[in-house]
Design a protein around this ligand. Structure first.
Ligand code: AHR
Length: 511
């Protein structure tokens, strides 16, 4: 080869990423352990902005194609996502919600003001029956959040009875009168939401006592979830765990809420306009979830070493400035490739903590915050986050496999992050590795070293785009979606592949 070809060769190798050192990733399929609760892939839908009205429910008389008032396009998209569980009616809305307003003939239901979200009129046309019907349509388990902040113990216990009881009683008679003979099978019940804030501004001591009272009268074989801390409020977790240590039979889960805000609550930034510093800062904030889950789990371990009480991350996601021209209280934001990486990081973290984290719910399902689906009149788009949930479906119910990975670093400005972030599981004979390359500039070559030579086939899928700001918009071809990704067959337990910059990749290995 003459010297004239050398720069060309270097450029070619550089483009394919093969000049960088390969990162070995060790996987031992026989170490597969904890079951990854499918509910980690859960969602959250609140009476907020256009999540319920317009996004999920348009009413039977709408020109938008619908099934009993539920948008057909949205139902189909969500069915395809295999949503395991859906939390409702809030959020902050839950602690203002009086469930009797949302049952019976729609024309008789009172219109109220949604005090937290834009002060708009809530006509209560979507209530208990509609929510449970919607869950059946999309195949999700319902998770209902009771009102502690402004509701009574009686109101909460009667709602549970109305929904779940089969014996004859005033509540079951009322349900039958409203057209539902059989009870619904609703297992998950939340007792209050953010009771340190919009749910009553309580101290943890006071909430813990209230929890004990409400949980005493909310009866049945239910999975009761306490309103837990915000982000790093470890005191709330400690007080609650200590205050219920002798009543652990009445607590199945404690919630944790944490949002990804690149620059904090005081400086919300646009969802689609950002530079590399904004990219890195957001991902660094997303990685914070690992620290929070680790710290909260350590506190829970002190009071519950057997892991009977689960950590339920029932609100997580990015929170940006609302889109220009939209109502600030509606929290409507676009969703880019950056959000896809944020979702991948969170889902990897929840998988890694499968022992304690038994449910997580992205905020929110449609048209609010880090939504998986956006709608505009009769149009619908699937966001980059949607495709991450679709890619990660393979982990639902799988056995967590440790990923031994010493990641190269990605640094920019003051940020220093691991470039690669992964989780893995075994589903039967198939090994699933999901790995995000957080580095927006460099491909990173990896070498999978699997301690089992029986894996002879591989299949790959990828989510990426030329620009980190890429997003899917109405009336345009999709910029970000799930696509096939070519990976070689493993040979003698080894497989080398280069992970493109700013991508999320799934590699399935099977015999
Ligand atoms: O998801 C939006 C809001 O964020 C919820 O209503 C509340 O629980 C949280 O503060």
């Amino acid at each position: 080869m003459t010297h004239r070809f050398i720069p060309f060769l270097i450029a070619l190798l550089g483009l394919s990423g093969t000049l960088r050192a390969q990162t070995p990733i060790y996987l031992h399929p026989d170490e597969a352990g904890e079951i990854i609760a499918p509910e980690i892939y859960g969602h959250f839908a609140e009476h907020l902005g256009r999540c319920i009205y317009g996004g999920i429910f348009v009413g039977e008389d709408s020109d938008i194609p619908n099934v009993r008032g539920f948008r057909t396009d949205v139902v189909e998209a969500l069915r395809a996502l295999q949503v395991p569980v859906l939390r409702w009616p809030g959020g902050c809305f839950a602690d203002t919600y009086h469930w009797r307003d949302g049952i019976g003939p729609r024309e008789d239901r009172p219109a109220i003001v949604n005090i937290h979200w834009g002060g708009v009129t809530e006509d209560n046309s979507f209530g208990t029956h509609e929510f449970l019907d919607f869950c059946e349509l999309i195949g999700a388990d319902p998770y209902i959040n009771l009102n502690v902040g402004s509701g009574t113990v009686r109101e909460a216990s009667e709602w549970v009875e109305y929904v779940t009881a089969s014996h004859k009683s005033p509540m079951t008679d009322l349900r039958r009168q409203n057209g539902r003979e059989e009870p619904w099978d609703v297992k998950y019940w939340g007792i209050g939401n953010e009771n340190w804030g919009c749910g009553g501004n309580m101290r943890p001591e006071y909430y813990t006592d209230l929890y004990r009272q409400f949980a005493s009268y909310v009866r049945g074989p239910l999975y009761k979830i306490a309103g837990g801390p915000s982000s790093g409020d470890y005191n709330w977790m400690r007080v609650f765990m200590e205050g219920t240590q002798r009543q652990q039979w009445m607590v199945k889960g404690v919630s944790l809420h944490h949002y990804t805000l690149p620059y904090g609550w005081g400086k919300k930034v646009p969802a689609t306009e950002f530079d590399e510093a904004g990219w890195a800062r957001t991902l660094e904030q997303a990685l914070e979830m690992d620290h929070l889950v680790t710290q909260h789990s350590a506190i829970m371990d002190q009071y519950d070493p057997e892991g009977r009480v689960h950590l339920i991350v029932d609100e997580w996601g990015t929170w940006y400035e609302v889109e220009a021209g939209t109502e600030p209280g509606f929290l409507y934001q676009q969703n880019t490739l950056r959000d896809a990486l944020v979702a991948a990081v969170h889902l990897n973290i929840f998988n890694q903590h499968a022992e304690r984290v038994k449910m997580a719910n992205i905020a929110q399902m449609v048209n609010v915050l880090q939504a998986v689906v956006l709608t505009q009149e009769e149009e619908m788009v699937l966001t980059p986050t949607y495709y991450v949930f679709q890619m990660y479906q393979v982990h639902q119910g799988g056995r967590l496999l440790p990923v031994n990975l010493n990641s190269p670093r990605y640094t920019v400005g003051g940020e220093d992050l691991p470039a690669l972030h992964a989780s893995a599981s075994m589903q039967g004979d198939t090994l699933h590795l999901t790995i995000a390359n957080l580095d927006p500039n460099q491909a990173h070559p990896i070498d999978l070293r699997i301690s089992d030579e029986r894996f002879r086939q591989a299949h790959g899928r990828i989510i990426t785009a030329p620009d980190m700001q890429a997003y899917n918009d109405f009336g345009q071809a999709e910029q970000v979606r799930l696509e096939d990704f070519s990976v070689p067959k493993p040979r003698k337990g080894s497989l080398s592949v280069s992970l493109p910059a700013k991508s999320v990749v799934h590699i399935a290995l099977f015999p």
